[in-house]
Design a protein around this ligand. Structure first.
Ligand SMILES: O=C(O)C(=O)CO
Length: 256
């Protein structure tokens, strides 16, 4: 069982290179992040090289955060900005050797938004392919992100089927999926072949995975049984220091 530290939430008080070093010290097998763009990619690449950790993925930029944007790729009329964000993510990911890019849809609904998202994802998949990069789409729950375009794995599957791109996969975040759809066991069994990355956090608090309504020791065991051996993304919000939130990992690795 291997774990990836999501540095969008863990060691958020440190610079990205320092957070990578902290994740290594704490025993994580990999790291992932949200929006690394204000840190020069060379600095991130140096910290990854020094620690031997792989950056599994990053998100496309959200757009104008001050005005409440949370992604651009499903916003009709914003194709130029969406594709610039995709190009930026591909350039950053290829410099630091990140294998996945989560293309963020944004707040939108309806048929026009669906067509816009498909077209931008088609652009992203084609541009990412020569770099060996996988494009991920992630359903976000409507409690944290009301009005976000992509909110269920069912919708994500329809999009993946319609586009049919070989490098388009699902980001299965157990936290979001449990809040929107539940039935985690059957969904993981069914969707693992089209899943590019798995993330987790307690439900409903988005805290460490040792409390709340989901038994993650069961979910981690299930994933292992299903032969999924990629690092699992710890994307939770620690209360207090990240180090003090890591008891779950020590227990998990001890009991494995
Ligand atoms: O909320 C998430 O899971 C995201 O990756 C977007 O920030």
């Amino acid at each position: 069982m291997r774990f990836s530290a999501n540095l969008g939430f863990l060691w958020k008080d440190r610079s990205l290179p320092e957070a990578i070093r902290a994740a290594k010290m704490a025993g994580f097998d990999a790291v992932e992040c949200h929006w690394p763009y204000d840190v020069p990619a060379a600095e991130v690449a140096a910290a990854l090289g020094e620690t031997g950790l792989e950056m599994l993925g990053l998100n496309t930029s959200r757009g104008d955060v001050a005005s409440g944007e949370n992604g651009l790729s499903a916003l009709p009329g914003r194709e130029t900005d969406a594709r610039a964000a995709i190009d930026e993510a591909i350039s950053y990911a290829s410099t630091i050797g990140a294998a996945n890019i989560h293309v963020m849809a944004g707040f939108a609904s309806g048929e026009e938004a669906h067509r816009c998202f498909l077209a931008n994802l088609g652009y992203a998949c084609k541009a990412a392919l020569p770099h060996g990069i996988t494009i991920l789409i992630e359903p976000l729950n409507h409690y944290d992100a009301p009005g976000y375009f992509l909110s269920t794995t069912e919708q994500a599957c329809m999009i993946m089927e319609e586009l049919g791109a070989p490098n388009l996969k699902l980001m299965f975040d157990c936290y979001h999926v449990q809040l929107m759809e539940g039935n985690l066991t059957n969904r993981l069994k069914r969707l693992l072949p089209v899943t590019g990355h798995v993330q987790f956090a307690s439900v409903p608090d988005r805290g460490p995975p040792d409390g709340g309504e989901v038994s993650y020791s069961y979910i981690f065991g299930l994933l292992e049984e299903l032969g999924y051996d990629a690092p699992l993304g710890a994307e939770y919000k620690p209360v207090g220091s990240t180090e003090n939130s890591l008891g779950w990992m020590a227990r998990q690795l001890r009991d494995a």
